[in-house]
Ligand binder design. Structure first.
Ligand SMILES: Nc1ncnc2c1ncn2[C@@H]1O[C@H](COP(=O)(O)OP(=O)(O)OP(=O)(O)O)[C@@H](O)[C@H]1O
Ligand SMILES: [Mg+2]
Length: 108
């Protein structure tokens, strides 16, 4: 089992069993240094891949919630924190065609 209790082998099984038969790819934009366009790159990449016709889900796990604000979203009731605490489904907001977002809040 990996960090945060995620089992990579389970993720691989889940992705290969999706109805569409397509494999889900996870892209993480990471850099230890702050202010290096991680959020900007994530937003731009997500929008462009969605415009190409791919189904894109953006997951904002940063308490700064910059990605969430980029799309003019907020989450007054902090559903992401609740879903992680109670192990319930993640909140999903529709942003545009092919593009959804799990919003973050400062309460994370
Ligand atoms: N190509 C660019 N040209 C000029 N400014 C940019 C460019 N990309 C991002 N910026 C600006 O740089 C700043 C930092 O970008 P961003 O918030 O994406 O970085 P970050 O790595 O996510 O930061 P943090 O570490 O705080 O999460 C923002 O003000 C953003 O508008
Ligand atoms: Mg950021």
């Amino acid at each position: 089992m990996g960090r945060y209790g995620i089992r990579p082998e389970k993720l691989a099984t889940a992705s290969s069993e999706r109805d569409t038969g397509q494999i889900m790819k996870i892209i993480a934009i990471a850099n230890q240094k702050g202010g290096t366009a991680k959020t900007t790159t994530t937003a731009a990449l997500g929008v462009l891949l969605a415009r190409l016709g791919l189904s894109v889900h953006l997951l904002d796990m940063d308490a700064q919630a910059s990605l969430t604000r980029t799309f003019g979203q907020t989450d007054p009731v902090d559903r992401l924190y609740s879903s992680l605490k109670d192990r319930t489904g993640l909140p999903v907001s529709e942003i545009a065609s092919n593009l959804t977002l799990t919003p973050a809040t400062i309460a994370l």
